[in-house]
Design a protein around this ligand. Structure first.
Ligand SMILES: Nc1ncnc2c1ncn2[C@@H]1O[C@H](COP(=O)(O)OP(=O)(O)OP(=O)(O)O)[C@@H](O)[C@H]1O
Length: 711
């Protein structure tokens, strides 16, 4: 009977079968070994970041000074001039202690969670009990088989018939133990996966990590890690742990049997298993890097397909099919090329493991048969020793039989470990160090502006910017110098300037989305929520309207729509009822989208599910964004060219709606027609055009002054 079906199946799935993931192509090869990167000397790490044009934290900057002020070591020179090998990851080997420590780091939070711990340990206990049961059943079958074959050899028909009946009932009683063991193991793995997925998703969305990971290219394919890697990790880790347990118990149970039959057979077995393990590690080494690389290439290919689907219209307008096909097939070829190498490496290992596996079908019989010929043992003992031999051999040959699986598991574990490190960013000693340093106050500070107008101004300030300077993250080119301004209630501000002068970047800085290394100064909001962004009284409308996957109702209520029933009991009382259908329809009319409602009238209108970014025109999407804004009723709205796709009449209509709703706004835009809706204008010029790098490249004026100037 197969002893580890659950272990084989999931592992096979991510080694051989294609992956389902949505990746990004990044500097994957260089970031392949995050842990070895962290252990590398400062020189190498800094030169790596510089090559990647990554921002440096204060501690890294200090070390940069230390490194660059000394003679470059030969190692540094080697590091900076070395080219990344094309398939460098092939050279990876399994670092067993590292694999173990990474697996423990990824696995333990679930088992330590106070809410889950008791139930999880109880379930694990049940599964362990069933595993012990299956071992007991195997031992029983071992003895039964011996007696069964003895009855045949000794021509005892009554005993043979009796044992046949026993065999039948033993199978009926034993099989449920095997089936239930697999069932409950998978159930436990599913609960573990659910917990881990919720935990990773929670961290992914906390502190806007999803944005930072994307904007800073911190790791590739977080989607694949959340979806495939967690699933593979939980199933495999659990199955692997149970196989280890099973093997240990089997080993103890069957070693006694085998040793009692013929001690030298036990010695043959040990020598055979040790030699086999050593050779399979040698033959299978290449699989580790190839598996890791395969994960990435499959994911890259899938991402290309997703991008084509998302950008179908633009590609069709450009007539870019040929280019797209070429790019797609290039990625596919890269996948196939690596897969070909993976198959060759698997084939070589399979040659060895097949020999290894088949030789045991006659090896024990070859050793003990002479004893039978001499009349020292009964015929059934030959069968019993073969059975015990193969049991023990599979116990001590986990590395031989499962090398491919372990190689795949190692790739998945390392990917999840990297992800954990990035999501728990603060655990890195560098960051902790940076936070303690006097330079930690650098960057753009987002803070709370005391209510009650503590700064002495007469009007209520909704936004205060103090001494804000910014530079482009990768090139370091200065964008903005020493900007200071207040936006008071009812005093809307228009930001204008040539393309690329930093208008959108300024809004990003206000929203806390700008990398702290690329700017300094202070942004003050009246009241902060937990995330540091003031989403309660401020509403951002980005340049590209974002259409969420969902119904029209969910579009309108994004991002505040939440089902009260989904909230914890304690929060349900405070959960605000969503606006009624009438209110939603009224807002649709206000933004002149009643036509869309009419078109959908037969299909349930507000609850219609569609791919809204394809169905609505760009201008309609922008109007929908204004409907969201009117429903959210913030005190201040930050609008980034949010009427760029609209005609002037609709633009004027939407701004009038904002004004009559009493919403103050900061708009970024190029059209002079926008001026009449604002009281002040901030004009940006590129730093090169203005004065020096440290001098102001901005001008803040009342619009009325500009109009009277005639400029
Ligand atoms: N994450 C980033 N990494 C590197 N450079 C960036 C990043 N974000 C912005 N920049 C650069 O900063 C400059 C300002 O960009 P920004 O989008 O703020 O310009 P803008 O004034 O809004 O332009 P437009 O009017 O064309 O929308 C550009 O040169 C841009 O390439």
């Amino acid at each position: 009977m197969s002893r580890s079906p659950t272990f084989q199946a999931p592992l096979c799935r991510y080694i051989v079968c294609s992956r389902r993931a949505t990746p990004r192509a990044t500097g994957k090869a260089q970031l392949a070994s995050f842990s070895s990167f962290k252990r590398a000397p400062w020189e190498s790490r800094i030169s790596f970041l510089q090559k990647k044009q990554r921002p440096l934290t204060p501690r890294w900057k200090r070390n940069l000074v230390r490194v660059t002020s000394s003679e470059p070591s030969s190692e540094t020179t080697k590091e900076t001039t070395k080219e990344t090998p094309k398939l460098g990851l092939e050279q990876k080997e399994i670092d067993w202690p590292l694999l173990l420590s990474q697996a423990v780091k990824v696995a333990t939070p679930y088992w330590k969670d106070p809410k889950e711990r008791k139930g999880a340990l109880l379930r694990l206990g049940g599964v362990v009990g069933l595993t012990l049961g299956t071992t007991g059943v195997s031992v029983f079958f071992n003895f039964l088989g011996r007696d069964f074959f003895n009855s045949i050899a000794q021509k005892q028909p009554e005993e043979f018939q009796r044992l046949l009946v026993v065999y039948f009932f033993a199978i009926c009683a034993g099989i449920p133990a095997f089936v239930l063991k697999d069932f409950f193991t998978q159930r436990l793995a599913l609960r573990w996966r659910t917990w881990m997925t919720e935990s990773y998703v929670g961290k992914y969305f906390s502190d806007r990590k999803f944005y930072r990971i994307q904007a800073g290219s911190l790791i590739d394919n977080p989607d694949q890690r959340i979806n495939d890697d967690i699933s593979n990790f939980t199933v495999t880790a659990l199955s692997f742990a149970l196989v280890m347990l099973n093997s240990t118990i089997d080993l103890v149970s069957f070693s006694g049997i085998l040793y009692n039959i013929y001690p030298p057979l036990f010695g043959v077995l040990l020598a055979y298993a040790l030699g086999g393990t050593f050779l399979s590690v040698k033959f299978g080494q290449r699989l580790v890097g190839l598996n890791f690389e395969q994960e990435t290439r499959e994911a890259n290919f899938r991402y290309s397909l997703v991008r084509i689907r998302e950008n179908a219209e633009s590609i069709a307008f450009y007539g870019g099919e040929k280019n797209e096909m070429q790019l797609l097939l290039e990625r596919f070829k890269a996948t196939v090329q690596n897969y070909g190498q993976l198959l060759v490496a698997s084939r070589n290992l399979d040659f060895f493991t097949s020999f290894y596996r088949y030789i045991i079908s006659f090896l024990p019989a070859a050793v003990v048969a002479p004893l039978f010929f001499k009349g020292d043992i009964e015929f059934g003992v030959i069968n019993q020793s073969s059975s015990a031999f193969s049991h023990i051999l599979s116990d001590v040959s986990i590395v031989v039989y499962q090398f491919e699986a372990i190689a795949g598991f190692s790739a998945v574990t390392e990917r999840l470990y990297q992800f954990t490190e990035v999501l728990e960013g603060g655990t890195d000693d560098d960051e902790a160090d940076a936070a303690d340093s006097p330079e930690a106050a650098e960057g753009i500070q987002i803070a709370s502006l005391d209510a009650g107008n503590g700064n002495g101004l007469t009007a209520e300030p909704l936004l205060t910017i103090q001494d804000l300077s910014m530079s482009a993250p990768t090139s370091g080119a200065p964008l903005l110098a020493n900007l200071t301004l207040d936006v008071n209630a009812g005093q809307s501000l228009l930001i204008m300037g040539p393309s690329g002068t930093g208008k959108t970047s300024l809004l990003r800085a206000c929203a806390g989305l700008w990398p702290e290394e690329s700017g300094e100064g202070t942004v003050l909001w009246p009241k902060l929520n937990e995330d540091g962004a003031n989403t309660q009284s401020v509403f951002f409308v980005p340049q590209r309207p974002y259409m969420v996957l969902g119904s029209l109702r969910q579009q309108l209520l994004y991002p505040t729509w939440v089902e009260c029933t989904d909230l914890p009991d304690a929060e349900q009382d405070d959960c605000e009822l969503p606006p009624s259908d009438k209110e939603l329809e009224a807002v649709m009319k206000l933004v002149r989208l009643e036509g869309v409602l009419e078109r959908l009238r037969d299909g349930g209108a507000l609850d219609t599910l569609m791919d809204w970014s394809s169905v609505l025109s760009l201008g309609e999407q922008q109007r929908l964004a204004f409907a969201r804004l009117l429903l959210a009723k913030p005190k201040l709205a930050l609008l980034d060219e949010s009427t760029s796709a609209l005609d002037m009449d609709n633009e004027a209509h939407l701004y009038a709606q904002l004004q009559s709703a009493g919403i103050t706004f900061v708009s970024v835009g190029h059209r002079s027609s926008l001026m009449k809706f604002h009281q002040e204008i901030l004009q940006l010029s590129s730093v090169a055009e203005g004065a020096g790098n440290n001098e102001n490249n901005w001008q803040l004026r009342p619009i009325s002054e500009l109009v009277s100037d005639g400029s």
